[in-house]
Design a protein around this ligand. Structure first.
Ligand code: MG
Length: 147
């Protein structure tokens, strides 16, 4: 068994056209986050947790934000690629637990959809909780087993 943790923080974007996507779910009526990809802090924290558990560095190493290929990238696709990388190294997810820290918007109506989407991507149970503070951040821990 291996455990990994991930944290990601994004500021809200000044661009009114950016969508807010967290855990692969669009949160309606909310300002998007700034970032090179779609700025899905939940997917990024989870991906760093998976990479950390397997000892593969961090998300930025595999998907540099200087590379135009990843501009506006769908972070569910990045997370899927990271899970595949872990599998290539002989590891599968056992479970993951995420805490999203955001003062606004209210995320409770969206967490069930995030759980469903992320559990499918990881192939293991994912829990998503939300707590309030200024800005948006996400913490994740992931347990992996050798397969
Ligand atoms: Mg990020």
């Amino acid at each position: 068994m291996r455990i990994g943790q991930g944290i990601d923080v994004h500021r809200f974007s000044e661009d009114p056209h950016r969508r807010l996507v967290l855990g692969g779910v669009e949160v309606e009526g909310a300002r998007g986050l700034g970032g090179h990809s779609d700025a899905d802090a939940v997917c990024h924290a989870l991906a760093d947790g998976v990479l950390g558990a397997v000892g593969l560095g961090d998300l930025g190493r595999h998907f540099p934000d200087t590379d135009p290929v990843w501009e506006g990238a769908d972070s569910v696709a990045l997370l899927t690629a990271v899970v595949r990388m872990a599998a290539e190294h002989g590891f599968a997810c056992v479970n993951a637990d995420c805490t999203i820290i955001a003062d606004w918007p209210r995320l409770a109506p969206y967490t069930d959809a995030m759980v469903e989407r992320l559990s499918t991507v990881l192939g293991a149970p994912v829990s998503v909780k939300a707590t309030r503070a200024e800005g948006v951040a996400c913490l994740a821990v992931v347990l992996m087993e050798a397969v």
